[in-house]
Ligand binder design. Structure first.
Ligand SMILES: [Zn+2]
Ligand SMILES: [Zn+2]
Length: 282
């Protein structure tokens, strides 16, 4: 394909992607993949901070909400942007209002193809193309071409993989909507960050536990994709979280009000109000 034709196709590809949002609801009980890949984490040195820079739930009233999710993870080595929300101008203005310089980001991880997670990528890369972008292996070529057009690199995640020191991806999970989630090894234990959790948030937590079996799960945060779930479905997810030993939760984005309410009732002081501007230091 010649260069001109290829570049003319990019916006079409991204426009199609932009139409897909997290409204469709997959089954929450997909089985965890049977592969087991274990990692030996490095000793934890220094602090990690997680700042939610894009969310439809608001914690800091000075920021602009939008449907979607994005957070910045400052580790002792690398600064990571996990998901980009749906609109890069909202993403970048929120980052700047929280004194996060887009140019400081080293690695971008995109959880899944929906526009409310990948929609801000293009505008972000315009500000900072000097990044490695980790995408699910199933992503269409239009996104790879978009990334390289800004001189950024991409790396495909199929199975579980280490991203940098003490940061891992679950790799693609799920069937119809393939999604990767982030797993951080911190001094407090594992932190799992989900974009939308289409493959099932408890399945993702179990997978993270298989990857790092010697570490406890300290926190699960992000979109839990439970806004349409019944009370009994929500209660069984909460029970699974207790079985797995998840110590704290911060559901936001597509988790739903009722999900947040029931988790808060169950977790009490260990419930963290997730949403835009929420900052967690570990
Ligand atoms: Zn979403
Ligand atoms: Zn989604």
């Amino acid at each position: 394909m010649n260069r001109r034709l290829r570049s003319s196709l990019m916006p079409i590809g991204l426009a199609i992607v932009g139409l897909l949002v997290c409204s469709s609801c997959e089954s929450h009980d997909e089985r965890v993949e049977s592969e087991k890949e274990e990692f030996v984490p490095s000793p934890v040195e220094g602090q990690t901070t997680i700042i939610t820079v894009y969310d439809n739930y608001q914690v800091n009233p000075n920021l602009t909400t939008g449907w979607g999710f994005g957070c910045v993870i400052n580790t002792p080595q690398e600064d990571i942007l996990f998901d980009t929300g749906g609109d890069s101008s909202i993403l970048i203005s929120n980052m700047e209002r929280m004194d996060i310089e887009p140019k400081d980001i080293d690695i971008v991880v995109i959880s899944h193809i929906h526009g409310d997670h990948v929609g801000g990528l293009n505008g972000f890369l315009k500000r900072n193309g000097d990044v490695r972008v980790i995408i699910p292996a199933s992503f269409p070529d239009a996104i790879r071409e978009e990334i390289t057009s800004y001189q950024a690199e991409y790396q495909e995640a199929k199975g579980p993989m280490q991203i940098c020191d003490n940061v891992y991806t679950t790799g693609e999970m799920g069937t119809s909507i393939k999604e990767q989630s982030l797993v951080l090894n911190t001094g407090e234990g594992l932190v799992i960050i989900t974009g939308c959790a289409h493959p099932g948030v408890a399945n993702i937590a179990r997978k993270a536990q298989l990857m790092l079996p010697d570490r406890n799960i300290y926190l699960v945060m992000g979109g839990f994709h439970l806004s349409g779930a019944s009370d009994s479905e929500l209660r069984s997810i909460i029970e699974e979280f207790r079985d797995i030993g998840v110590r704290k939760v911060a559901p936001s984005h597509c988790s739903g009000d009722r999900c947040r309410q029931l988790f808060e009732e169950e977790y009490g002081d260990d419930y963290i109000e997730g949403g835009l501007g929420n900052t967690i230091t570990l």
